[in-house]
Design a protein around this ligand. Structure first.
Ligand SMILES: O=C(CO)[C@H](O)[C@H](O)COP(=O)(O)O
Length: 263
């Protein structure tokens, strides 16, 4: 495992870092996710177009936005969901929705992440929604990432946990092999993601498959790795989000930090 850094104990020298008073110590991981999500929703203003993330952390943010709409504390919000799951959640909560075709510029996106490094580079997509997330969050003026402290790493992609890559179904084993070859020196094993039960490939919202890269060592220059992956025919997108997040909110047992990338 890549070692973790702890901005709660060792905040970066960003002037924007805010440390709130520590929450009670008996909080669960889900409580921490909710705390980070609620803090992020403080950035939402009436009239905004909001990218709605996917996963157990982002779900809390969507719940909170709908609560504030119901209470009349927010008005005229338009949500752009990053997955069919979030679309269904938002519809069930009565949040008005649209898409990037109608709103190519998103005011603010809020989403979780699987890994976050000190430069706010992310691994996303272990929940499988990386393509829509990258399209919507990449089109956002502000992208707030919300995590509990377990997601913080020194290097993304070196944790032996998956770096997901969305690939077309056509000859996916060929593409899987090419990806494994690309990162052979980093000790890469590339695996086609299967549905629970393990018989058939998991299918993304876009009708594609996911190849998970498991690396024994970090992949070195992330921009070079990103470009090499995207050059492979058969690859649609990967789950490394480099230079996209603008703000990070981390909830941990010792408090909450809010940090701007350009702080
Ligand atoms: O990228 C994602 C889905 O594609 C999620 O944001 C990521 O997997 C984090 O999920 P969770 O908040 O459930 O830990």
């Amino acid at each position: 495992m890549a070692s973790t850094f702890d901005p709660l104990l060792n905040p970066s020298n960003d002037s924007s870092t805010v440390i709130n008073s520590p929450p009670p110590s008996n909080l669960t991981q889900d409580d921490l996710k909710r705390i980070a999500a609620y803090k992020a929703v403080e950035f939402v203003e009436s009239g905004m177009v909001i990218g709605l993330g996917t996963g157990s952390t982002a779900k809390h943010a969507v719940d909170r936005i709908s609560e504030l709409l119901r209470e009349g504390k927010l008005r005229d919000i338009i949500g752009i969901p990053t997955s069919t799951t979030t679309h269904e959640q938002a519809v069930s909560l009565g949040i008005p929705l649209s898409d990037l075709d109608s709103h190519p510029i998103v005011d603010l996106s809020i989403d979780g992440a699987d890994e976050v490094d000190p430069s706010l580079n992310l691994v996303k997509g272990r929940g499988g929604s990386l393509l829509r997330e990258k399209m919507i969050e990449g089109a956002s003026k502000k992208f707030v990432v919300i995590v509990d402290e377990s997601k913080l790493v020194k290097y993304i992609g070196g944790s032996r946990l998956a770096v997901p890559v969305e690939v077309v179904p056509f000859c996916c084993d060929f593409t899987r092999g090419k990806l494994e070859e690309l990162f052979r020196e980093a000790g890469c094993t590339a695996k086609l993601r299967m549905k629970s039960g393990g018989e058939t490939a998991a299918v993304t919202d876009n009708g594609n498959y996911v190849v998970d890269l498991y690396l024994e060592r970090d992949m070195g220059d992330l921009e070079a790795a990103s470009e090499a992956i995207l050059r492979l025919p058969g690859v649609v997108e990967h789950g490394m989000f480099l230079g996209i997040a603008t703000t990070l909110i981390v909830a941990g047992k010792s408090g909450v930090t809010v940090r701007d990338r350009f702080g």
